[in-house]
Design a protein around this ligand. Sequence first.
Ligand SMILES: [Zn+2]
Ligand SMILES: [Zn+2]
Length: 262
Amino acid sequence: MPGCEHRLPLYLRALVSAERCILCHEGATQGRDIVCPACEEKLERESSWICPKCGAKIRDCICMTEEMEEAGVSAYVKLFPYLSDGSLTSDRLLYRLKLKKDRMLASRECACLSVNLHFALRALKIKPEDCLVTYIPRTRKRVIESGTDQGFELCRAMAKILNCDRAPLISRVPGTVVQKTLDAAERLQNAEDAFDVKNADLLCGRCVIIIDDLVTSGATMSGCASLLLKAGASHVFCASLSHTVGRTAPYFSPDGESEPFS
Ligand SMILES: [Zn+2]
Ligand SMILES: [Zn+2]
């Protein structure tokens, strides 16, 4: 059949080069992006959920959990609400980071997260380049299972975006109870005991940013922040991609997609 030999290679080439969205695996991406326009729009809407405490969009909110305030954290920035039913597009983003070493996705989301972080740092006259970024390490078992530590990937990406240093400052104390098996009050009490500070000589007098993919009660983050402040950090800022919606974090969708948490 004349013509087929020309059309076939073109068709195959198109198939090979058609990049699928890493979140929905359906939509085609544009240019060098890894997320399709439809998912991008959903992410934009999800980061526009409202914080009832300050009235700002979640991506502009710096409200802290009660434990973070007690620990002496300076501000807490986040991008997305998290619902445990996995119904949000941003939930897929977290799963992807948890299961795959995806540096492009990590740096893409850290760039969004850094916008509000810049404002929060500037409010306290702290230069981003003087900060030190760190993360809460997964258990060794988790890292072996998934082949990655999303906290580490986010830490690396954020330090690059802020043009500042990064260091592993937190280590797990072996044998302590896994945080999610405890209730909120127990978690806070347990958090400081479950972690240790390492490389303490690096953090003296420095502003430290702790980054994680997800904050639920904030007890783990607060426990680590408290340890870093006691070890000599001048300030601690917390940052996470998502924050679990609940009684202490009652974010709601402004267009009625979700009811305010009651
Ligand atoms: Zn998509
Ligand atoms: Zn707020």
